[in-house]
Write a protein that binds this ligand. Structure first.
Ligand SMILES: C[C@H](O)[C@H](O)[C@H]1CNC2=NC(N)=NC(=O)C2=N1
Length: 152
């Protein structure tokens, strides 16, 4: 048991791919990650605040914003990155609350794609300061997110 965990921890260190555009993410190789591997990767990319659900079926985060404009502008920014990645959040929004679940359908669980999107969402959350309206995504800096990922 301990040996298995050690082996899994060891193998995760080689699992962080580099890429220069979110459009490349769809072509990266991916496989189902164990709960241990997933937790290790989330910690590594500063996304330890995402909670792994059940036996590793999905990860979840609940966010609260100042108001609906801030929440919806954040969702617009995430939608832009998610569409480029071809990996989309399963989410719920009421007023200033946004609940997000991520998973990878064809592995019936979690993969590196969920790690990358969780990382990007955390970065966008930090960037989303004071939008001028529902559709204001002018603060979104994809290059900054990409270079931060590539330097992890
Ligand atoms: C065909 C297309 O690439 C797939 O259906 C994509 C779309 N968006 C997705 N989004 C998420 N979160 N998980 C997926 O497995 C997924 N698959």
């Amino acid at each position: 048991m301990l040996n298995n965990i050690r082996k899994q921890l060891f193998t995760t260190s080689s699992l962080l791919p580099k890429f220069n555009s979110f459009k490349e993410v769809h072509n990266l190789p991916y496989k189902k990650l164990s709960v241990v591997q997933m937790q290790e990767l989330l910690n590594k990319v500063n996304a330890g605040d995402w909670k792994i659900q059940g036996e590793g079926q999905k990860i979840r985060k609940e966010l609260k914003f100042n108001d609906f404009i801030q929440a919806f502008s954040f969702m617009n920014s995430v939608a832009i990155v998610a569409e480029d990645m071809c990996h989309h959040p399963d989410w719920f929004n009421v007023y200033n609350n946004v609940h997000i679940n991520l998973n990878t359908h064809d592995v019936s669980g979690l993969s590196i794609r969920d790690v990358i999107l969780a990382f990007a969402i955390n970065e966008i959350q930090q960037q989303a300061k004071k939008p001028q309206g529902l559709n204001d995504v002018s603060y979104l800096n994809q290059q900054a997110i990409l270079s931060k990922w590539n330097s992890l």
